[in-house]
Design a protein around this ligand. Structure first.
Ligand SMILES: C[S@@+](CC[C@H](N)C(=O)[O-])C[C@H]1O[C@@H](n2cnc3c(N)ncnc32)[C@H](O)[C@@H]1O
Length: 268
């Protein structure tokens, strides 16, 4: 299985992450750079946050959007965000494109879910025109997602069996300092540079935080629903207390940090 991502549907993904990946796409493309013309690839497009940000660049002729999840690809096609976006199913470890077809290749929050991320990075380089740029970003899921850590650490302290139901307690591949940069250098990219990108996750109230975290994606929703009502209430109350932090219900904002890397395909 080339993907370790557990998808549960477009609406759930949008609520738990799509609304934030849309926000991250902006500084990510500022860091990556976007060519003034030509064809670009959104590798692991999900519901299309990055493709939509690329579509804001009027000089681009074509935006290929590719993801392993059929449902995400179908939803992106149906939304008809921009006629230049062509969505298709595929595996980033075996990109369904020829060599040197793209003027830019981008991967937003994907490589930490890929079973063989080094192979994926080599594929990003293979499909890139010499002299063009590829870039990737992943959350620092271990230390850079305080809201998610608050959620999972609270849950697991009270219900240890939830430990393997969440995405953030174990460090994922590529999410350690320097790992993305190292992968780009090992793949053979030139002019490799990395940085940290920070956005804020702004929730309207506790329910806006809680519901997507429980039911948005992954295995936790089914596990939670299977718990006795008393335990579910206990977990919800504890996470609520952490979210509220001694004040009344309402908006809370949390910083979220991502590693990002860019590199250029060498001119032979
Ligand atoms: C966290 S989502 C990010 C989606 C989108 N780029 C965004 O930022 O909203 C991770 C995505 O990576 C995709 N993915 C994981 N492994 C993949 C693979 N081997 N090939 C293609 N897509 C993959 C998943 O299907 C999922 O859509």
């Amino acid at each position: 299985m080339p993907s370790n991502f557990v998808a549960k549907g477009v609406d759930g993904y949008e609520a738990v992450m799509g609304r934030w990946s849309r926000r991250l796409a902006v500084p990510f493309l500022e860091f990556s750079g976007v060519p003034s013309h030509g064809r670009v690839l959104d590798a692991g497009c999900g519901t299309g946050s990055l493709s939509a940000a690329l579509a804001a660049h009027p000089g681009l002729a074509a935006i290929d959007a590719m993801d392993f999840e059929e449902g995400f690809v179908a939803a992106l096609r149906e939304r008809k965000v921009d006629p230049r976006i062509r969505a298709q199913q595929g595996d980033v470890c075996a990109l369904p494109y020829g060599d040197a077809e793209f003027d830019g290749v981008y991967s937003l929050l994907v490589l930490h879910f890929v079973s063989d991320p080094h192979r994926a990075v080599r594929e990003m380089l293979r499909v890139l025109r010499p002299g063009a740029t590829a870039a990737a970003t992943v959350w620092d899921n271990y230390g850079g997602m305080p809201a998610w850590r608050m959620f999972w650490d609270t849950i697991v302290a009270l219900e240890p069996e939830a430990a393997d139901k969440g995405p953030t307690r174990a460090r994922r591949p590529m999410t350690g300092e320097g790992q993305l940069r190292d992968a780009f250098e090992r793949a053979g990219f030139a002019e490799v540079a990395d940085t940290l990108l920070t956005i804020r996750l702004n929730y309207d109230n506790f329910e806006d935080f809680w519901h997507p975290m429980v039911y948005g994606q992954g295995k936790f929703g089914a596990f939670f629903d299977g718990l006795p009502e008393k335990k579910r209430d206990q977990l919800r109350d504890a996470v609520r207390a952490a979210y509220l932090c001694g004040e009344g219900d309402g908006p809370r904002g949390f910083a979220n940090v991502a590693w990002a890397v860019r590199g250029t395909a060498p001119r032979h």
